[in-house]
Design a binder for this molecule. Structure first.
Ligand code: UT7
Length: 332
């Protein structure tokens, strides 16, 4: 078999809308309090869009930063993959909207739906095109406007989510010292009932009745998702580490999906990770679904915790259920 190339991340761009929704703001909207939110989730504030701003707008801002960082133009790209559960609309895909807004010519792209695991799934999907040599530059974006599907009278969900976007550029690696090493993905559709948005699709097209029943909002059984997330995030990471001959303490940057600080610390404890390797920014952004991992990559860069050659572990659990973990060496 022909030797596959290795894909590496060569640029990173992130964007969050300027408007803040703090715990104090939420105290005025639902029966909750800052102390409960902070203790149970680790969240202090989230960024949310103004009316009229869609997921493609956030994705484009993140994409522009990544392209500028690498010094390339949009038409240098071969493909754009957008992971999202909040596309601007069902179709055209957000990838088409982003391509058009960027002014990228002669490229293709598509959306990928895997909820909170969408970024790691899109990353590996993009990497396949690099590894086979058919593509040289793939832009992978995780972007969500969760505020568009949240019921701000439901305290079980409205305190968790925020809006944001992150983009990474994937290119072939010239040598094996940096780049994507290995991954594990798993879906378990039996968990679909615990976290979903039941209205607006082909099964329950939007009607006055679906809107009255609030079926166009996120519905979550938080406890069930929490238990699955703690178990599966640790299990996926452990399998990935073991089969690469590594221990949790070998990881320099653990960059997990930011859904709940307690899920992250429980996973890191089970894996025996060094506390300083855990990247956390949930306090500032909340759960931005597909955007959490690139936003956390940016936090790691900003905090000086990510250097060329560092061993990085990405991990996520999300609606579906979807599970993903990626092992890589940081490339820049
Ligand atoms: O990214 C997608 C994947 N999603 C996740 O990973 C989310 C996983 N789940 C979670 O993060 C947590 O389950 C939540 C943060 C959603 C909820 O935390 P919890 O510790 O599981 O709380 P709970 O739902 O078991 O509720 C505990 C108590 C209840 O009161 P009683 O019955 O003990 O009197 C709730 O009514 O806390 C109450 N409660 C609240 N109190 C103040 C629930 N939500 C709130 C709230 N403010 N916002």
């Amino acid at each position: 078999m022909t030797q596959l190339l290795r894909a590496k991340i060569t640029a990173l761009g992130t964007y969050v809308p300027p408007r803040l929704l703090t715990n104090a703001d939420l105290e005025k909207m639902v029966e909750t309090n800052d102390q409960w939110i902070l203790e149970r989730t680790g969240i202090r504030q989230r960024h949310i869009v103004e009316k009229g701003v869609g997921t493609s707008d956030l994705a484009v801002e993140a994409a522009k930063i990544a392209l500028a960082q690498r010094g390339i133009s949009p038409s240098d790209l071969d493909a754009i993959i957008v992971g999202t559960v909040t596309p601007d609309m069902f179709f055209p895909s957000t990838a088409c909207l982003v391509q058009h807004k960027l002014g990228a010519k002669n490229i293709w792209g598509f959306d990928l739906s895997a909820a909170c695991s969408a970024f790691v799934y899109a990353l590996q999907t993009g990497a396949q095109f690099i590894q086979t040599g058919t593509h040289k530059k793939v832009l992978v974006i995780g972007a969500d406007v969760m505020s568009s599907i949240i019921d701000y009278t439901d305290r079980a969900t409205c305190i968790i989510f925020g809006d944001g976007a992150g983009a990474v550029l994937l290119e072939p690696s010239q040598d094996d010292s940096v780049g994507l090493i290995d991954f594990i993905h798993e879906v378990d559709g039996s968990g679909g009932c615990f976290l979903n948005m039941p209205g607006g699709g082909s099964l329950n097209p939007s009607t006055h009745e679906t809107v009255d029943k609030k079926m166009h909002f996120v519905h979550q059984d938080g406890g069930a998702v929490f238990k699955f997330a703690v178990r599966k995030m640790a299990e996926a990471c452990d399998t990935l580490l073991q089969r690469n001959g590594l221990k949790g303490s070998d990881i320099q940057a653990f960059i997990p999906h930011q859904a709940n600080q307690r899920i992250i610390t429980a996973t890191a404890d089970r894996l025996g990770m060094n506390p300083e390797s855990i990247i956390l920014n949930i306090d500032r952004f909340g759960n931005t679904t597909a955007a959490t991992i690139p936003l956390a990559m940016q936090t790691a860069v900003d905090e000086g915790k990510l250097h060329q050659g560092d061993l990085v572990l990405l991990a996520s659990v999300g609606a579906g259920f979807t599970v993903g973990a990626t092992l890589l060496r940081w490339a820049f």
